[in-house]
Ligand binder design. Structure first.
Ligand SMILES: [Ca+2]
Length: 453
């Protein structure tokens, strides 16, 4: 059978038309696939602690660690100023008439203890104790405490000739440690923050109580009265909120992805009445086209750039829904990003950092190419929808991540080559196309020759 030249050309064209799209289309994508990597980190800030007996003040110090999917703990450092909540007299005249809360304000209005005369000799003594029950101030574990500072303002109506010490009890060595002196007839102060191992001074078996003793002894047979105007403990401690059950689902549209990140914020057991501000930090902040947060099903208002309040955080279910470009940065630790944009399937940004850093990008397929300062960059890997780029920074660099090759193609709203772009290497698809065309041509040639025989 003879085959006409026209039919042969048509056959060849049809074959080519069928093969070229296979060569240039991006690989098939898995839609709606979950990822285990959040696109950001959470920081939790305690707004205040409930006011209980002896509470004087609260200061928020700093974030210690933020929560990521790899390390889901938010730790912060805070300080409470508290006073004493219990008193006990060992050696003193009975019938103290001043209430303990006189020690809660520095105002020359003092808690007073009158000396007791030891029967049959010249000794006059005051020995009394104060307790600060830290568990009542929600400091639930002695290991949380990182710094302790004690300040006392007071005086005695006489300067005792033997003893005028303020002491703190060491529960490990079962002994009193002298931490200061009240050796003045006018109001003076002592302060101490040198406790070595602070936990030694906290009675964990007794509600994390801190014990103070004030001991004055005079041997000149003279009565005196001790005035304690103010007692203050500054307790600096770390509080950790854990993020559990962090589940991330992705709903993928043509050019956007909607992330649903659900998680549970858990305050330590027995922490209640604490209000927190939750901060979410994502390197893709400027690419967010929508964001919403619900806590226990209640919609929260989000303050710029991205924070919301949780009142009385004990344990809750939080759902965060974010819409982002289908390709977006999920991790850029230690890198300052600017000029972030996603246009025609290209994610571009300027990145500034020092030394070797890693950028992680969510993308459903291996990208066509990563370009740094218009040069193809190959220290990349792609796995489970995450593209990892390693780069040794020294200054600011321009990154362009091409989802597809920069040429128009059927069925996809796709990029055209940007004007500032140095044409990427497309050698491989062209070579493949040439080989296929060559093979087809060869087959057709043999077919024609056989038919002619
Ligand atoms: Ca006072």
């Amino acid at each position: 059978m003879k085959i006409s030249k026209a039919r042969l050309t048509s056959l060849l064209l049809l074959l080519l038309l069928g093969i070229i799209p296979l060569l240039s289309f991006p690989p098939m994508q898995t839609f709606g696939e979950a990822t285990t990597l959040s696109c950001g980190t959470f920081a939790v800030k305690l707004d205040a602690v409930p006011n209980t007996t002896g509470y004087l003040g609260f200061t928020w110090n700093n974030f210690v660690s933020n929560a990521s999917t790899a390390s889901p703990n938010c730790t912060q450092r805070v300080m409470q100023t508290v006073s004493v909540d219990k008193n006990k007299t060992v050696h003193a005249d009975p019938g103290i008439t001043t209430p303990l809360n006189k020690t809660y304000a520095l105002d020359y209005d003092a808690y007073e203890v009158s000396a007791w005369n030891e029967t049959g000799n010249l000794n006059w003594l005051t020995e009394f104790e104060f307790n600060a029950t830290l568990k009542d101030h929600y400091i639930l574990d002695e290991s949380w405490i990182k710094d302790l500072n004690v300040t006392i303002y007071g005086n005695s109506t006489l300067q005792p000739d033997t003893t005028d010490t303020v002491e703190a009890y060491n529960f490990t060595s079962s002994s009193w440690l002298a931490i200061g002196h009240l050796n003045s007839t006018t109001r003076t102060s002592m302060t101490n923050s040198s406790f070595g191992t602070i936990a030694d001074f906290i009675d964990q078996t007794n509600n994390n109580t801190f014990y103070l003793r004030i001991l004055l002894n005079d041997t000149t047979d003279t009565d005196f009265t001790v005035h304690i105007d103010y007692v203050e403990l500054k307790v600096t401690y770390e509080l950790t909120v854990t993020l559990d059950n962090w589940g991330i689902a992705m709903a993928i549209d043509t050019d956007t992805v909607t992330r649903s990140e659900s998680l549970t914020f858990n305050a330590p057991s027995d922490i209640s009445g604490h209000n927190f501000t939750i901060y979410f930090n994502t390197p893709s902040q400027t690419l967010l086209t929508s964001k919403s947060v619900t806590v226990n099903g209640v919609q929260k208002s989000i303050s710029a750039p991205f924070s919301f309040e949780i009142t009385n955080l004990v344990s809750n279910t939080t759902l965060m829904v974010l819409t982002l470009p289908i390709i977006h940065i999920v991790e850029a630790s230690g890198i300052t990003l600017s000029n972030l944009k996603y246009q025609t399937a290209v994610l571009s940004f300027d990145a500034e950092a020092t030394s070797n850093k890693t950028i992680k990008v969510y993308t459903t397929s291996t990208p066509f190419g990563v370009y740094v300062d218009n040069q193809k960059w190959v220290d990349i890997s792609w796995s489970a929808n995450i593209l990892t780029i390693n780069y040794d920074f020294g200054s600011t660099h321009r990154f362009d991540i091409y989802r597809y090759g920069p040429s128009p193609r059927r069925g996809v709203t796709t990029p055209t080559a940007p004007t500032t772009f140095v044409a990427p290497e497309v050698a491989l698809p062209i070579t493949q196309a040439l080989i296929v065309i060559g093979v087809i041509g060869f087959v057709v040639l043999i077919y024609v020759k056989r038919k002619r025989k």
